[in-house]
Write a protein that binds this ligand. Structure first.
Ligand SMILES: Nc1nc2c(ncn2[C@@H]2O[C@H](COP(=O)(O)OP(=O)(O)O)[C@@H](O)[C@H]2O)c(=O)[nH]1
Ligand SMILES: [Mg+2]
Length: 398
């Protein structure tokens, strides 16, 4: 293992040096913005330090910078940004989502039925009782898998609906625990929709905003996305922050924008966002950070709703932590549904081993996942959401 610090005036420069020396197998361990001492320690020039590691046992490649057509990042767990010039036929636009298969629809319908029953009878126990009577006919292995899903944080009635849909198909066959698990995984993967990375080949910029409660990791995730698209995919990225309530919050993003070497605009009024977007019509990607607001903070949400509604074609990603309880997820998603959102981003996957909340959040929001994050490091700890991987996480197998 070789570890080395690479220094540049921008992150582009530092990463270029890293690629030159370590090739494409390098893993970034740390990135930071520092100042060289100037007069009296002041006014020193800012520079970026990238600490990278290379596993010398497995890496034989000592290559040049990735070629323009070969710009997919693969560092650590990251596999996020795709090249700008991809074959459009291979890259469905974010709006096109794969359709939900019939068995998956059955699972969703069973779940909706349990919820409906709960509504007409005025409480959760009826839905639970319905699930309970369904479960009585199950063999022990199916019950055991239900317990596993619930232990992993999948809401009980949802877990029951999934297993009932799988069990219905398997009743004619001899019970086989491995087959049951494999089918359940397939079912869950078919139930959650994910969108592929953005196709940035359009002539107009893709504009995306990250919304969600305070502290879930919006700003960090925005920096990860920006760094991957800018530094590895070579996209022209601009950042806007609406987080003007806390000076420190805009400052946090400013530091990231300096490290990455991309521009940041701070917008306090809706017109300023529009101006920024208009002046950046030649950019590939414009990312907007928003003020974190607690789900109960109505006034701020209304303000944000007005601001985001003023921007045409903006894609809103609701960011939530994988550690959130069912009750908090439900109230958060209800609240942010008023603002409106198109995608889900789950963060802090590293902070829990129970990833059932991802399925619960999807069930409540019914919006596709775009990205998942699993650590504090920028730009590594992020990946594009993929249904099979989500399913493994939800079943506790990843
Ligand atoms: N463990 C872990 N921490 C994270 C992750 N994403 C963000 N954080 C941390 O969560 C805290 C809040 O992040 P921040 O981006 O400021 O949240 P915001 O208020 O939603 O913008 C920071 O300490 C981040 O480093 C993640 O995926 N895993
Ligand atoms: Mg923030």
């Amino acid at each position: 293992m070789r570890v080395k610090k690479f220094v540049g005036t921008t992150m582009h420069e530092a990463i270029a040096q890293m690629r030159e020396e370590f090739g494409r197998d390098a893993v970034i361990l740390d990135t930071r913005l520092t100042r060289r001492r100037g007069i009296l320690g002041l006014f020193g020039q800012k520079y970026v330090e990238v600490t990278a590691a290379l596993d010398t046992r497995t890496s034989g490649r000592k290559g040049p910078m990735p070629s323009p057509g070969d710009n997919q990042v693969s560092s650590g767990t990251t596999k996020i940004a795709n090249g700008k010039k991809r074959d459009p036929s291979l890259t469905p636009s974010a709006g096109q989502e794969s359709s939900v298969s019939m068995p998956a629809q059955l699972a969703w319908r069973l779940y909706q039925d349990a919820l409906k029953l709960e509504k007409v009878s005025g409480g959760k126990p009826a839905g639970e009782a319905a699930s309970g009577s369904m479960m009585e006919s199950w063999p022990e292995q199916v019950k055991e898998l239900h317990r596993r899903l619930v232990d992993n944080g999948v809401e009980g009635r949802l877990a029951a609906a999934i297993l009932q849909s799988v069990w219905q198909e398997l009743t004619q066959e001899p019970m086989d625990a491995a087959k049951l698990l494999a089918r359940t995984k397939e079912r869950v993967a078919a139930m959650v929709r994910c969108v592929p990375p953005w196709d940035l080949s359009s002539s107009t910029p893709k504009v995306a905003a990250l919304i969600g409660p305070t502290g879930v990791g919006k700003t960090t995730t925005l920096a990860k996305i920006a760094a991957n698209y800018s530094l590895i995919a070579g996209a022209d990225v601009g950042l806007i922050t609406l987080d003007t309530y806390r000076i420190a919050a805009a400052e946090q993003l400013r530091v990231y924008s300096q490290i990455i070497g991309i521009p940041l605009r701070v917008a306090t009024r809706p017109e300023e966002i529009e101006e920024a977007i208009q002046s950046w019509s030649d950019k590939d990607l414009i990312l907007i950070d928003t003020a974190g607001s607690s789900p109960r903070d109505d006034e701020r949400l209304e303000e944000m709703e007005a601001v985001l509604a003023s921007i045409d074609g903006i894609e809103r990603h609701l960011v939530f932590s994988a550690t959130t309880s069912y009750r908090d997820l439900a109230s958060m998603i209800r609240r942010f549904s008023d603002v409106g959102f198109d995608r889900l981003i789950a963060t802090k996957l590293d902070e829990t081993t129970c990833h059932g909340s991802l399925l619960t959040a999807y069930a409540l929001a019914r919006r596709p996942f775009s990205f998942l994050t699993d650590g504090q490091s920028v730009p590594e700890c992020i990946r594009v959401a993929e249904a099979e991987h989500l399913s493994d996480l939800i079943l506790g197998d990843a």
